[in-house]
Design a protein. Structure first.
Length: 81
């Protein structure tokens, strides 16, 4: 989470406290709108404090895949044959 806050701080030109507030707002927004299982995975990813690049990339890939799959289901998508 610290790496993400650092990137937000650098890219947006805001303080660390403001970046934390922004990140908390976005995560809260997503958690309220995602299905419970996906929100839990987002919580696990953000709260894990993964520092190893490989671990973070793997977790991000898993979460992204699950989020996209879940969104497809929510929006009525699916495999159409």
């Amino acid at each position: 989470m610290d790496e993400l806050i650092k990137q937000i701080t650098e890219r947006a030109g805001i303080s660390e406290a403001q970046a934390r507030t922004a990140l908390d707002t976005v995560v809260g927004f997503l958690k309220n709108r995602l299905p419970a299982p996906l929100a839990g995975q987002l919580d696990s990813f953000i709260g894990s404090g993964a520092t190893a690049a490989g671990d973070a990339a793997a977790a991000a890939g898993d979460v992204a895949g699950n989020v996209l799959g879940g969104l497809g289901s929510v929006l009525g998508g699916g495999n159409k044959e």
